[in-house]
Design a protein around this ligand. Structure first.
Ligand code: TK8
Length: 339
């Protein structure tokens, strides 16, 4: 902090009066340091996407805006980093939308199981009206949303037995994200869910505090769950987006030009991240098989059964989150399916 004061006394003075509130009044690009943290590892597509974001911001700003990346939850979990953004202690994080539902309940519509069949269907909702409207709810929580990246379709791993049917969930102790839809849905299936921050999952699996967890294949591989989980079931039960968040306190200090650099870079890196993520999820399946995981498919008929079982849960939460919003999401999916 002292270094900035010494290096740029004049600019600080300028920034001090004008830029504190709504930003963008002063043009130009200043020396900035952006602390960006994520929960996943550097080798995960989310880590690679964040690296791309850093490259782009630094290039577009002629090296004036510097991004410092922190992987593997070294700055804390999704919820903790989001709070750090709200408090102005960290500038960027890219959490799953699921742990944000306590703050903005409507994000819970993305936790409904078996809504999307393909990534493209999810993109049409996220990049369309529904997703963009939800980004507008962030500023009142001191956050700015610059779009959606991809966590992806989640699959179940566990240490007990292959999960091929809806029945097979019964009695399994499963770690879930801190999210009420996930919690209730797994309860309905007869499992024994236990919500937990992501960084605690490996230890919980290893120590058998829980029998299983569910995450996209790229995460199962990057986080080495194959070392502690023999069974992988291709349940593909829900698609989780990442949302690219910036601290509003920080954002409001930026000039229009700086904001554009952040916005463009998050978008460009996001496209790169999604492409890489889809490829990595495919490749990870082969790698996990090679690593010795016993992989099974789940038939469409069984998925249909699972969907039926959890329907009372989604019905209940559709009312809570807004039936209209859910209908809008579903009609967007229908449209994408026809294209
Ligand atoms: C990483 C998380 C994670 C998510 C979870 O920060 O908690 O299971 O899928 O990958 O966002």
């Amino acid at each position: 902090k002292l270094a900035i004061g010494v290096a740029l006394p004049g600019m600080l003075l300028l920034g001090g009066c004008g830029a504190a509130k709504s930003g963008g009044s002063a043009g130009g690009i200043q020396e900035r340091t952006i602390k960006a943290g994520i929960g996943l590892n550097e080798d995960h597509p989310e880590g690679q996407g964040l690296k791309k974001f850093k490259e782009l911001v630094e290039k577009k700003s002629g090296g004036k805006m510097k991004v410092q990346n922190f992987y593997s939850a070294t700055l804390g979990d999704d919820q903790k980093m989001t709070e750090a953004l709200q408090g102005g202690l960290q500038e960027v994080t890219i959490p799953s939308t699921s742990p944000l539902v306590g703050m903005i309940k409507e994000y819970g519509i993305f936790d409904f199981p078996f809504v999307f069949n393909t990534e493209e269907e999810a993109y049409s909702v996220l990049d369309g009206k529904v997703g963009q409207e939800l980004l507008k709810k962030l500023p009142e929580h001191k956050l700015i949303g610059l779009g959606y990246w991809e966590n992806g379709f989640r699959n179940l791993t566990n240490s007990k037995h292959p999960v091929k049917t809806a029945e097979d969930f019964k009695g399994l102790k499963i770690r879930t994200m801190q999210n009420e839809v996930h919690l209730d849905a797994f309860k309905k299936l007869g499992a024994n869910p236990s919500p937990m921050a992501f960084s605690e999952v490996f230890t919980a699996l290893e120590g058998k505090t829980v029998d299983g967890q569910e995450n996209p294949l790229a995460t199962i591989k990057s986080s080495k769950y194959d070392e502690v989980q023999p069974y992988l079931s291709m349940t593909k039960h829900v698609y989780t987006p990442f949302v690219f968040l910036v601290s509003k306190q920080f954002w409001d200090k930026l000039s229009k030009e700086e904001q554009k650099i952040m916005r463009d870079s998050a978008k460009e890196a996001g496209k790169y991240q999604r492409d890489l993520n889809r490829k990595e999820n495919e490749k990870a399946l082969e790698d996990l098989k090679k690593a010795g995981m016993k992989v099974n498919e789940v038939s469409d008929a069984e998925k249909e059964k699972m969907k039926e079982i959890v329907k009372p849960v989604t019905d209940k939460y559709a009312k809570k989150f807004g039936q209209e919003l859910v209908d809008e999401m579903m009609s967007e999916v229908e449209k994408a399916r026809k294209e």
